[in-house]
Structure formats: structure tokens, C-alpha cells
Design a protein around this ligand. Structure first.
Ligand SMILES: NC(=O)C1=CN([C@@H]2O[C@H](COP(=O)(O)OP(=O)(O)OC[C@H]3O[C@@H](n4cnc5c(N)ncnc54)[C@H](O)[C@@H]3O)[C@@H](O)[C@H]2O)C=CC1
Ligand SMILES: O=C([O-])CC(=O)C(=O)O
Length: 267
């Protein structure tokens, strides 16, 4: 039985707990929520993981088999780094946070200090296994195009530049390096950051972001070339009703990763 603690009870966290209800090999013992939100979220957690405690941090003596971040950039600083330093294995879904200067190195140092490991989840994108393998043989180029309905770009710098409610044509809102994409669009930068970390890095991964009124899904296109040959991948991710910025596949990728730790066969 794998005993896990989860950070975040938003769109992904709730979706994950919903699916874990039917897995007899995994139990959620604790859900970590922002300070002050414990009481308001207790009923939600009670419904999804009846034996789980709700807390604002990992209590002193708690040593879950695994700590999973499904919360956001701040949670990595606040919870993941200290847990790694204390030897608790962690999984991170907010991979975009690793675009922040020094963050990838800090996570690595923390895991080394605790003699443990942090797993960066593939989330909304596929073919990370192929890209990371291709990197070993040598990559020449990785181009990522992210296309989302205009409303998914609300609350980003695109809102000030474009009338998102009235767009009629697919519109490029950003083109440049993955590093700049992450700086300007931190909440939509997870896929670009994941591709960069698996492949050519933040400065050599080319990114185009589009607000596209003709799509209802989050469309991720990747083109990679290298010594291995090449591949093209198009994902048409259905957004979660609870958060249109997040593709449903992200939830499934967390559940898959947990299953790979808990089940007798891993794939
Ligand atoms: N790797 C990938 O492909 C993807 C990653 N993500 C990332 O996953 C994260 C979660 O996404 P959603 O569930 O859709 O967001 P959400 O906004 O629906 O839920 C996040 C929840 O985490 C809580 N939270 C925030 N900071 C916290 C902290 N320090 N401690 C405890 N709880 C905290 C919030 O109160 C909220 O309830 C985001 O950072 C998002 O960027 C989202 C989609 C794809
Ligand atoms: O599609 C998603 O779920 C999220 C996304 O584009 C990103 O964060 O890069």
C-alpha cells in the first residue's frame, strides 16, 4: 500500500483523488491546503479521501511514502524543497516553476541532500519518454506550438494586447524561447518547461503560443529532430471543467505515475 500526501485541492487535486478512490493500492493520508482554507475544504476531502487529514503543512513527524504537488509554483518552495531535504520522495506537476532562475538546481540539491528523488510529471504532454531518449543520441531542434481557446489566455499578458472575447482568427500571442514563454505565461508554461527539461533546454526550445477561437481543446504540437530521426506529436487535450487552463490528461498522468509506484507492473 502506497501512503501519499497531496498538496493542492483544486482542479487536478480533486480529479486525482476522485480516481484514486477505486485504487486499493494507494491511500491519501493527508491533503495540504493553503493556511486558513482547512475548514472550508474539509468536506470536499472527506468525500474523496475519507481517512485523509487536512492541514496547511506536512506535520512534523509525518513521513508519507510520497508527496505530490498539484498546487502551483509557491507550493514547491513551501513544501517540496523542505520535504526533499528530509528524504521524502516527491512528484511535481507544476513543472513550469522550474523555469525560474535557479529552481531546477535547488530541487536537485534538495533531493541530493535528502538522498531521495523528485519526479517531474509529464502532465498534459506526451512523448516525454521519446524526447528524453532522443536527447541521449543528440537533438537538433525542438519546436513547440501551444494553441488554446481565447478564454484560456484570460489573466495573462495576452489579455492586454488582444481583445480575447472578439478574436476571429487563430492569433500568435507569443513566439520565442521557452525561457521567455515561461516568464511571460507562467501558468501556461508547464508543457514548454517539460519539453525543455527533457530536450534542448529553455534557451534552445522554440515556442509559439496561439489564442485560437476555432479550437475547444488545448492543442499541443511538438516537432523534434535529432540523431534518432524525428517525430511530430499533436495532442488535443480536453480542458477540465474546473480549470480551462488545465488539460484533463494532467490528472490522468498523476494517477498513472502513482500507479507506477504502487502496482506490481509499471508502464
Ligand atoms: N505539468 C503540466 O502539464 C500541467 C501542470 N499544471 C499545473 O498544476 C498546478 C495545479 O493546477 P490546477 O489544479 O489546474 O490549479 P487550481 O488553481 O485549480 O488548483 C490549485 C490549488 O492549489 C492550492 N494551492 C496553491 N498554492 C498552495 C500552497 N502553497 N499550498 C497548498 N495549496 C496550494 C490552491 O488553493 C488551489 O486550490 C498549477 O501550477 C498548474 O500550472 C496544470 C496543467 C498542466
Ligand atoms: O494543457 C495544459 O493542461 C497546460 C498547459 O498548456 C501548460 O501549462 O503548459
Amino acid at each position: 500500500m502506497l501512503h501519499v500526501s497531496m498538496i493542492g485541492c483544486g482542479a487536478i487535486g480533486v480529479g486525482v483523488m476522485e480516481l484514486l478512490k477505486s485504487d486499493p493500492d494507494i491511500v491519501v493520508d493527508m491533503v495540504i491546503v493553503p493556511e486558513g482554507k482547512e475548514d472550508s475544504l474539509r468536506a470536499v476531502v472527506q468525500r474523496l479521501a475519507p481517512t485523509a487529514q487536512v492541514a496547511s503543512h506536512l506535520n512534523g513527524g509525518a513521513r508519507p511514502d510520497l508527496l505530490i504537488e498539484c498546487a502551483g509554483h509557491q507550493a514547491i518552495e513551501q513544501h517540496i524543497i523542505p520535504a526533499l531535504e528530509h528524504g521524502i520522495p516527491c512528484m511535481v506537476v507544476s513543472v513550469g516553476a522550474l523555469s525560474e532562475l535557479g529552481m531546477a538546481e535547488r530541487l536537485e540539491q534538495a533531493a541530493r541532500k535528502g538522498n531521495t528523488q523528485v519526479q517531474l510529471l509529464s502532465g498534459a504532454i506526451g512523448a516525454i519518454d521519446a524526447l528524453a531518449a532522443a536527447k541521449i543520441g543528440g537533438l537538433e531542434s525542438v519546436v513547440y506550438t501551444g494553441r488554446k481557446p481565447p478564454q484560456a489566455w484570460k489573466g495573462t499578458p495576452a489579455e492586454a494586447q488582444f481583445d480575447l472575447d472578439r478574436l476571429e482568427q487563430p492569433t500568435v500571442i507569443f513566439e520565442g524561447t521557452a525561457r521567455d514563454a515561461a516568464r511571460l505565461y507562467p501558468k501556461n508554461a508547464n508543457v514548454a518547461a517539460t519539453l525543455s527539461l527533457a530536450g534542448l533546454g529553455l534557451d534552445r526550445t522554440h515556442v509559439r503560443l496561439l489564442a485560437d477561437p476555432t479550437v475547444t481543446e488545448n492543442v499541443h504540437h511538438v516537432e523534434a529532430k535529432g540523431a534518432f530521426g524525428g517525430f511530430e506529436l499533436t495532442m488535443r487535450g480536453k480542458p477540465l471543467a474546473a480549470n480551462p487552463k488545465t488539460s484533463a490528461l494532467t490528472v490522468f498522468s498523476v494517477v498513472r505515475a502513482l500507479g507506477n509506484r504502487a502496482h506490481a507492473v509499471s508502464i
